[in-house]
Design a protein around this ligand. Structure first.
Ligand code: 6GU
Length: 231
């Protein structure tokens, strides 16, 4: 799977791409991540401007359509097939596990990271990206959101995680829309905080029932909205 990231701050991704799981996935050839500095598409003036003030007034600066659209078109031509395009914005559809699972089936995803007040609306009208948000809060730019999406998608690609099934039981995954149950390891007793007896008894049916019940209790207490969600 190939990701193309369009950003004014490619260096934000430096540490992330050289971190263990991503670095290994890249080394194995399971994923390619290409960063593109939007400024490289700026007109060749001394300041290489990529943004301007909004018509009609208002705070902040907008990323310009005549810089962004040619950038997207050029990147699309860098591989055999055009990319599925995602524009990161707090105005977008909320990213969730279902979207991660769907994206993991794509060969190529382009992530457009906004800064300032965002992109000129005509970028959306012309490129027709999916607009995606990672939650109901405001970030300084799309870069951290793009990393969130890459992180959520890459771990679903076959061969990336050590154990092929290790994401099947994850909270929110297809087989499980509830939160995970609590887990314990040694020591059995730490300052009087004891591991629940059922987990030490070796009765696998009882353990499975306890875990299912704990998942239900947690989900009801913390995320009752997940119970109302339809498939
Ligand atoms: Cl995708 N971008 C920005 N700037 N803020 C956000 C976001 C995205 N998702 C939630 N907040």
């Amino acid at each position: 799977m190939r990701f193309d990231i369009v950003t004014l701050f490619p260096a934000i991704f430096d540490g992330y791409l050289t971190q263990s799981l991503l670095e290994k996935a890249i080394a194995k050839g399971l994923v390619e991540i290409h960063r593109h500095n939007l400024r490289d598409w700026a007109a060749d003036t001394p300041h290489r401007k990529v943004d301007d003030r909004p018509f009609g007034g208002g705070p902040g600066m907008l990323l310009q359509v005549d810089v962004t659209v040619p950038c997207v078109e050029d990147i699309d031509r860098m591989a055999a097939t055009p990319a599925r395009k995602i524009l990161l914005t707090p105005q977008g559809k909320r990213f969730d596990q279902r979207m991660a699972e769907d994206l993991a089936t794509s060969d190529r995803v382009m992530l457009l990271c906004g800064r300032y007040e965002g992109f000129d609306q005509r970028v959306v009208d012309i490129v027709k990206p999916e607009e995606v948000s990672v939650g109901d809060f405001v970030l300084n730019g799309g870069e951290v959101a793009a990393m969130t999406i890459i992180d959520g998608v890459v771990r679903l690609l076959p061969g990336v995680l050590g154990d092929e099934n290790s994401h099947v039981d994850d909270s929110f995954s297809r087989g499980n829309r509830l939160l995970e149950f609590p887990q314990y390891t040694r020591p059995r007793d730490f300052r009087g905080h004891r591991v629940p007896d059922v987990l030490l008894g070796g009765n696998h049916e009882a353990i499975a029932a306890w875990r299912a019940e704990q998942s239900r209790i947690r989900t009801k207490q913390r995320r009752s909205d997940l119970f109302d969600e339809e498939e």
